[in-house]
Every structure is written in C-alpha cells, then in structure tokens.
Write a protein that binds this ligand. Structure first.
Ligand code: IDP
Ligand code: MG
Length: 140
C-alpha cells in the first residue's frame, strides 16, 4: 500500500555533509521525496515534535540536539514507506543497527543517530502535518 512517512536528516548528519547520500538512499529504495525543506527547528518546536518522549530522561538533551543546527525535513512516499524507511534507517542505536543502514554509517551514538522516521501511520500523519501544510502536499 502506498504510504507517506516523515524523514528528518538531523543536525549531526547535516554537519557530516551526508544530505546528498541520504536522499540518494531514499530514492534508490523508491521512497520518493514529495516535499522537502531545509530549516532550523526551535527548542519549543522540538519539544512539540517529540512530546511523546517528554517523560524520558533524554528529552532535554534530545530537544536541545534537534535545535542545534540545520535539519532537512522530507515527506517520502512509496509502497510500505513507513516500515521500509525504518529498515533503511536501522536501529535507534547505531551500534546495534545493521551494517550498511543509514544509522550504522552516519550515526554517532543512540542520541546523535543521523535520521528520524515516523514509526506508524498515526505518527506519520501527525509528523507530516507538523511540518507541511495541505497546500505544500497538494497534488503530487
Ligand atoms: P527512533 O528515532 O528510532 O524512533 P525513539 O525511541 O522514538 O527512536 O527516540 C527518539 C529519538 O530520541 C532517537 O532517535 C534518539 O535521537 C533519541 N533517543 C532514543 N533513545 C535514547 C537514549 O536512550 N538516550 C539518548 N537519546 C535517545
Ligand atoms: Mg520514534
């Protein structure tokens, strides 16, 4: 089934000059970018985006990290996009991610792990709407 998912190339991966290679990996996997923006997320926006994690011990550090530099946010569309994107990303902890996955290649540690991907259809809907308007998504 064709799905949409939200991807973020996090500040650590942007600083590693990995934007091009990461987007190439999406396209090679037939996860087509249908909306894309380079931006800087404020601390408050990061707190809203990661609200589900607000009770976690890493919340403060994670939201500071996400607001620490430029990010690239994208909507990817493709067959079974949510799960296939997660597979391409690899496990949350780059040390445990399968070899060749984006996090294995570009992640530094469990927090600075290069990329974000929605984890369910409901999450994808919330996360896409967080960054992109109906008009930007429009007819694709
Ligand atoms: P996910 O990004 O693989 O879906 P989540 O559990 O949703 O992982 O966590 C969101 C983000 O929070 C992770 O991508 C990572 O940046 C950070 N994070 C997750 N677990 C830890 C931890 O144990 N320590 C520090 N940061 C963490
Ligand atoms: Mg998650």
């Amino acid at each position: 089934m064709t799905e949409r998912t939200l991807a973020i190339i996090k500040p650590d991966a942007v600083k590693k000059n990995a934007i091009g290679d990461i987007i190439r990996r999406y396209e090679a996997a037939s996860l087509r970018p249908i909306a894309i923006r380079m931006t800087r997320i404020s601390k408050a926006q990061a707190e809203g985006f990661y609200a589900v994690h607000r009770q976690r011990p890493f919340f403060e550090s994670l939201t500071t990290f996400m607001a620490s530099g430029l990010v690239v946010v994208l909507v990817l569309e493709g067959d079974d996009a949510i799960k296939r994107h997660r597979d391409l990303m690899g496990a949350t902890d780059p040390a445990k991610a399968d070899p060749g996955t984006i996090r294995a290649v570009y992640g530094t540690n469990i927090e600075y792990n290069a990329v974000h991907g929605s984890d369910s259809p409901d999450t994808a809907k919330f996360e896409i709407g967080f960054f992109f308007s109906e008009m930007e998504l429009g007819v694709r």
